[in-house]
Design a protein around this ligand. Structure first.
Ligand code: ADP
Ligand code: MG
Length: 318
């Protein structure tokens, strides 16, 4: 199979009206008047971001999901995506599984694949996805927009992807039943992109949690020049972590990455509107803390006592 057959068979699908997809020198996407284009790229490299034996369907899903998560973090509506793919060899079963899962999520999110580039690479698979989205001029949710007294919210649950990764890489003692329950959170993240498009106007700052709650919230605090208190007992800890030791649970929920859910801040007067929005989109949204003036990040237990934080990435708060 040559390069062009491969692209046609696996990566060319009909695109919606108003689009020009693969086949010309550029793709064309419809951007509505008065909107800004939002775009983001992520690179996934075999051996660094995924193991050589990773399930191709999970990879196809996740390669796009982590990018849609970036659009959601800005409050942008998905418009389309591009796929750069470097392969050591043409493995049709791998390509079919990868492409099906990729297109399935693209279809569901209204983010059609409109082009890309395909090459051979001797040293393993490289996947680069670029997404495009649109958002009303000036309405994007920036990391710098948090204000003192804002509530801090998080969507979904915390900890399951980290736990799955620890079990898969044998950093934690084997727990096959728990791994099976936690694995979808690691391999098939589903960012809340529909809910996120309705947040501009209700929320101030937002980002998606990729490196861990404390680390990522730290980015909002730094960009906004604020501090924060998190209430540990209010965190939406994934139920798969229930049987684990408290120290492992803390590590997973406070520092665990690969979450691809949102952390955002909003004025207290919007509490009910946000809760209602979450119900309407079947998203779990939990208030977990408060933004304060200052530059601290503290985690409190149910009695209001500080929990010591030992994780990396917090030097600028030291
Ligand atoms: P060019 O010579 O202009 O770089 P290519 O020959 O690389 O174009 O690609 C031909 C067409 O196929 C282009 O429209 C390109 O966007 C599309 N394409 C190439 N690789 C992919 C891919 N992995 N996924 C989707 N479209 C692709
Ligand atoms: Mg090319």
């Amino acid at each position: 199979m040559n390069e062009f057959d491969l692209i046609r068979r696996y990566f060319t699908r009909p695109v919606p009206p108003g689009y020009l997809g693969a086949g010309d020198d550029c793709a064309l996407l419809p951007v509505a008047p008065g909107k800004q284009l939002a775009t983001s790229t992520d690179l996934l490299i075999e051996g660094r971001h995924f193991l050589p034996d990773a399930d191709p369907a999970s990879l196809g899903h996740k390669a796009l999901a982590v990018n849609i998560s970036d659009l959601a973090a800005m409050g942008a509506e998905p418009l389309g995506c591009m796929l750069g793919l470097s392969l050591p060899k043409v493995d049709e079963a791998w390509l079919a599984a990868f492409a099906d899962a990729f297109h399935e999520l693209a279809h569901e999110a209204g983010c059609p694949l409109v082009g890309g580039d395909t090459t051979r690479s001797p040293d393993g698979i490289v996947i680069s996805v670029t997404v495009f989205g649109q958002i009303e001029q000036g309405r994007a949710l920036l990391r710098s927009a948090a204000r003192p007294d804002d509530d801090i919210w998080v969507t979904g649950t915390l900890g399951a992807p980290h736990a799955a990764l620890q079990w898969l890489t044998r950093q934690w003692p084997a727990q096959p039943a728990l791994l099976a329950a936690a694995r979808p959170a690691l391999e098939r993240p589903v960012p809340p992109w529909r809910f996120a498009q309705r947040l501009p106007g209700l929320a101030h700052a937002a980002l998606d949690i990729s490196d861990g709650l404390l680390q990522d919230l730290g980015h909002i605090l730094k960009a906004s020049g604020c501090g924060a208190i998190l209430y540990y007992h209010q965190l939406p800890i994934d139920s798969v972590l229930e049987p684990l030791d408290e120290s492992l649970v803390r590590e997973a929920v406070l520092s665990g990455g690969d979450v691809y859910q949102l952390c955002f801040t909003a004025a207290p007067r919007n509490r009910e509107a946000i809760a209602e929005l979450a119900r309407a989109f079947d998203v779990r949204a939990t208030r977990i803390g408060v933004i304060e003036s200052g530059a601290h990040l503290k985690v409190h237990d149910a009695a209001g006592r500080p929990i010591p934080i030992s994780s990396r990435g917090f030097d600028h708060f030291a």
